[in-house]
Design a protein around this ligand. Structure first.
Ligand code: SAM
Length: 283
């Protein structure tokens, strides 16, 4: 067993492999021994469950997930880490490492192939921050019903994702995530918990996908276009942003807002999911 939160151990494992931490791939490895066991615990895994990890790095979270799950599939894009993972995961026969870019993966096919014998499938990952929003939307929209999605993200992103829809911190990602899942802000992780330390602090969040969306809407695609457009220009009124984003005249948008009893000066962060859905239905 390797002490994977020990800096010297990590350096030794990576030495002589022409490895340099890639900023572009968000390679900041966890060195706080308390974080990964807690993330794995929060995933609520049972011995019958499968778990998908995105970006295992040297396997520090992977080994914790392997202790609790029936099967772990870890998708790592950086091929330089594969021989390292082969070493650090020798004692984890229930782990499979795939050399895969998660953004290009066919998640329903991957889950069907690897987790067919598992009770349910969850996701647990210390995300590379450059793909936070697209990965979250991919996980929520791909059609796989994950039981829990436990993620380390930038603190600012965590606050945004877990904000209240209709509150001042709400953004497009807040509204989109809340349509699919309940979002909980779990705990903070300081920048000093990583090697190398990033320039920002982080936080762990947990998303629990809903059985059914909290609002009905005729066309989900239109709902997401409305949400995206409404927040695209945060300093402008929702009417201006919606008109620009949807390619409609401001008069048309104001007519829709007025018919819903919304003042033309309203801003997107005051809208509830019901309001976004009602606008989408009118369009
Ligand atoms: N899980 C490790 C830990 O907690 O120390 C590493 C986390 S590090 C923040 C992000 C990891 O994601 C890196 O190993 C990086 O190579 C990998 N990664 C980056 N982009 C990826 C992608 N598109 N698909 C899969 N893995 C990716």
């Amino acid at each position: 067993m390797y002490e994977l939160t020990d800096i010297e151990t990590i350096r030794r494992l990576l030495a002589g492999r022409d490895f340099n931490f890639s900023k572009a791939l968000g390679q900041n490895f966890l060195i706080d021994p308390t974080v990964c066991p807690e993330m794995a615990r929060l995933s609520g895994l049972t011995g019958a469950d499968g778990v998908l990890e995105i970006g295992p790095g040297v396997g520090v979270l992977t080994v914790e997930l392997a202790k609790r799950a029936k099967k772990v599939v870890a998708a790592e894009v950086d091929a330089r880490l594969l021989p390292v993972l082969a070493k650090t995961l020798t004692d984890c026969p229930n782990v499979e490492v795939l050399n895969t870019d998660i953004m290009k993966a066919d998640l329903p096919a991957l889950c069907k192939e690897h987790f067919a014998d598992c009770g349910s499938v969850s996701v647990c990952a210390n995300l590379p921050y450059y793909i936070t929003s697209p990965v979250i939307m991919l996980l929520l929209e791909c059609g796989v019903k994950f039981r829990t999605v436990t993620l380390m993200v930038q603190k600012e992103a965590a606050e945004r994702i877990c904000a209240e829809v209709g509150g001042k911190d709400c953004g497009a990602l807040t509204a989109a995530v809340h349509y699919y899942a309940e979002a909980e802000y779990i705990f903070d992780v300081g920048r000093e918990s990583f090697l190398p330390p990033p320039n920002v602090d982080s936080a762990v969040i947990r998303l629990t996908p809903r059985e059914a969306p909290p609002v009905g809407v005729k066309d989900e695609k239109m709902l997401f276009r409305v949400i995206k457009s409404a927040f695209a220009q945060r300093r402008k009124t929702a009417a201006n942003s919606l008109a620009a984003g949807l390619g409609k005249s401001k008069a048309e948008i104001i007519e829709i807002l007025t018919s819903l009893g919304i003042p033309e000066t309203a801003r997107a962060e005051t809208f509830s999911l019901e309001t976004f859905a009602a606008i989408a239905d009118k369009l």
